[in-house]
Design a protein around this ligand. Structure first.
Ligand SMILES: [Zn+2]
Length: 237
């Protein structure tokens, strides 16, 4: 029997895993730092199931300690092209994406998701939460910015028993926040992320093939091109 040394247990962390390129890379980074990962995905009423299937595939491929998919229904509120019958914008340039917050914004989504992650982390006794937000090649979502993450970290330490009693000091890790999409893809490739398992498209077909034209596809394809790589994910012909 191998001796179990004190302190040899890996530290646990909760990661928000959407099945997209950014969260898969963030998970690989957290694993490379030695964390045991508890992955959290949300069946939030998104119009397309492909991203949940991708989250399953990514969780399996990365050998996480546990993967939980929570069901919450944000369709009850609607108002986003991802949860309501609203057309997804296509073929916008990066300049056009910079003009404002797009209709694919899901109201308060990262606040909702991080709140669940915080509850899960407190139960696990895990001080570390990873989220793959990015404020460089992104779509202008307010809940992807570093100032939001810093504010949420303060909330985490004010809102919990573990934070108030100082048994845990919560930290929200955002390793990708200042990286370009190309940098993210290069780092993930070095760490062995299989991007063919990931899914980013806002408007895939019934088989899960990406459209190649929504903001998310445009940013993803630009990232692969700038990294000098080919995206292995399936696209519609
Ligand atoms: Zn797309």
């Amino acid at each position: 029997m191998p001796l179990k040394l004190f302190g040899s247990m890996p530290r646990s962390a909760v990661i928000l895993l959407s099945g997209g390129l950014d969260s898969a890379t963030t998970a690989a980074i957290a694993l490379s730092e030695g964390y045991a990962l508890y992955a959290l995905s949300f069946d939030y009423g998104q119009r397309h199931r492909s991203e949940l299937e991708a989250a399953e595939r990514v969780a399996k491929s990365l050998d996480v300690a546990r993967h939980v998919t929570l069901k919450i229904d944000l369709r009850a509120f609607g108002s986003s092209a991802l949860t309501d019958a609203i057309e997804v914008p296509k073929d916008r340039t990066v300049g056009e994406m910079d003009q404002g917050i797009p209709i694919t914004y899901v109201p308060a989504r990262n606040t909702v998701f991080l709140s669940f992650a915080l509850g899960y982390a407190e139960v696990l006794g895990a001080a570390d939460i990873f989220i793959g937000v990015n404020a460089v090649d992104y779509s202008g979502y307010p809940d992807c910015r570093p100032e939001f993450i810093e504010a949420f970290e303060r909330v985490a330490n004010l809102a919990t028993k573990a934070g108030v009693e100082r048994t845990l000091m919560f930290k929200i890790h955002t390793p990708l926040v200042h990286w370009t999409k190309a940098q993210i893809i290069r780092r993930g490739t070095e760490l062995g992320v299989d991007y063919g398992l990931t899914h980013s498209c806002y408007d895939p077909d019934s088989m899960g093939a990406a459209c190649g034209h929504c903001d998310s596809c445009v940013l993803r394809l630009k990232g692969f091109a700038e990294a000098g790589l080919t995206d292995p994910a399936p696209y519609r012909p």
